[in-house]
Design a binder for this molecule. Structure first.
Ligand code: TRP
Length: 466
């Protein structure tokens, strides 16, 4: 058991060993960060929230909140060297506070389960789009025909549920076998290949004649279009896309060698992830405007614009197939990261084998995910609070659980942990350390609090009947 494995040489070690190199760690974190969040979610929420102002707030959140939270998670993970729940409990006691900090870890496990329940549904869509691409379904279709095809696909509940089942099965399978070298290798190939293909699509978007319009939409802030609700969505997305606020990166940090620079590794991941998201927007919005589509059309946006582009490109079916395979892979590596905390916890806490744990967690997430799968068809009219079941799970996890988790994690690293502990992990008292500490103690928590309070005030008011 991990919890019995306190080292008596001053430094703890992880039972699972450490990453083979700094590069391996960066690839693993990048693999978890780069997923549907960058290519599917980012463009559609930019579209729904009016463009430029939203993008600017998102970028501010990535730098002022995402970066310090990521550094905090990695340093906590490396110091504790256990699963997130055990690490928070251990460090809580060690730093003279309380083992109740473990509830932050528990909330993260829950967030991972909820996120994966709908993430898997969209992961299933990418699989279906691989098959559609191979079949050349999109060749020569116009915007209306692609949209009609997508809407027919979504309303076929059996199809959407079956794709969700396959995606969840693939995820459970890998997690059950243990995340071995295979994944590291996949990411090593996947991220560069994905970027390369996105550059091909970018060239297409530039040639669409509407590139300037896309750029204007993404980078001209029109503040009247942005509400506090939109700011919370930008914050939630900054956390979601970087895989932070739920302890997943803490778990990866547990396997990080002592000598690796946490600041350097975080910066590489944050930059790579942001560049890929911006690239996705620069591809999608010119195509939206060139074809008279609605940028605010929601989760289907990417599945309507990209096939349209591919359908009018020489060798489109081939590129389309490769693209959706890469996207499915990106989603798959992220899904594994989302499931891992719950599985690791079951294994350590209840002495389950890895396969048993993966099957129970996978089964539970599959059932939950059916609610999201059916939100696009049979249960479309079941609407409450944020919208459909899918909308609610999405909203609760990204916009409530992740910000609250991120807030507590940085407060822990900035206020509960003593200066010596964090300085030791972040490599001394230089400028970067000082900057991190100011961000983690003040800017990040206050920023998150302001956004949460301003958005939740009306909702809380309604609940209290005032
Ligand atoms: N970052 C992933 C994406 O953009 C989604 C995600 C959120 C995630 N939290 C995570 C992935 C934790 C792995 C682990 O698609």
């Amino acid at each position: 058991m991990l919890s019995n494995h306190a080292s008596n040489e001053g430094k703890r070690t992880s039972l699972h060993g450490t990453w083979s190199s700094r590069m391996a760690f960066i690839l693993a974190v990048t693999g978890s960060a780069v997923g549907l969040g960058n290519i599917w979610k980012f463009p559609y929420i930019v579209g729904e929230n009016g463009g430029g102002a939203f993008v600017l707030v998102y970028l501010i959140c990535v730098v002022a909140i995402g970066m310090p939270v990521m550094m905090s998670e990695i340093l906590i993970g490396r110091r504790g060297r256990r699963n997130p729940i055990a690490t928070m409990s251990l460090l809580g006691k060690e730093e003279g506070s309380s083992r109740h900090w473990q509830w932050v870890g528990a909330m993260g496990v829950l967030a991972g389960i909820l996120i994966l329940s709908y993430y898997s549904v969209i992961g299933g869509w990418t699989l279906a789009y691989v098959i559609k691409s191979i079949g050349g379904v999109f060749t020569g279709l116009d915007a209306a025909a692609v949209a009609a095809d997508h809407s027919a696909f979504k309303s076929n509940w059996l199809m959407v549920a079956a794709c969700h089942t396959i995606f969840m099965g693939m995820t459970t399978f890998v997690v059950a076998r243990g995340v071995e070298r295979g994944l590291e290798q996949a990411v090593r190939f996947l991220v560069p290949a994905l970027v390369l293909l996105m550059l091909v699509l970018l060239a297409f978007a530039i040639n669409s004649g509407y590139f300037a319009e896309g750029v204007r939409f993404m980078f001209t802030p029109s503040w009247d279009k942005l509400s506090w609700g939109g700011v919370l969505i930008a914050l939630g997305q900054a956390l979601f896309t970087l895989s932070i606020g739920m302890g997943a990166i803490m778990a990866y940090g547990a396997y990080l060698p002592e000598e690796t620079s946490i600041t350097g590794a975080s910066a590489v991941v944050v930059i790579a992830d942001t560049v890929i998201a911006i690239l996705a927007g620069l591809i999608i919005f010119p195509l939206v405007f060139a074809n008279g589509l609605d940028p605010a059309s929601g989760p289907g946006l990417v599945f309507e614009t990209l096939p349209l582009a591919f359908g009018h490109m020489a060798g489109g079916s081939f590129f389309s197939t490769v693209f959706f395979i890469l996207l499915a892979f990106a989603a798959w590596t992220s899904a594994i990261g989302l499931m891992e905390p719950a599985v690791a916890w079951l294994v350590e806490q209840f002495h389950r084998t890895r396969s048993q744990a993966a099957l129970s967690v996978g089964g539970a997430i599959w059932v939950l995910g059916l609610g999201s799968a059916l939100s696009f068809n049979v249960l479309e009219d079941v609407q409450f609070m944020a919208g459909t079941i899918y909308d609610n799970v999405n909203y609760l996890s990204s916009n409530i659980l992740l910000p609250v988790g991120a807030l507590l994690i940085t407060v822990f690293a900035g206020w509960v942990m003593c200066r010596n502990s964090t300085a030791e992990e972040l490599g001394g008292a230089g400028v970067t350390y000082k900057a991190w500490r100011i961000l983690a103690r003040f800017i990040t928590p206050i920023g998150i609090l302001i956004v949460l309070i301003n958005t939740l005030r009306p909702a809380i008011g309604r609940l209290l009947g005032s």
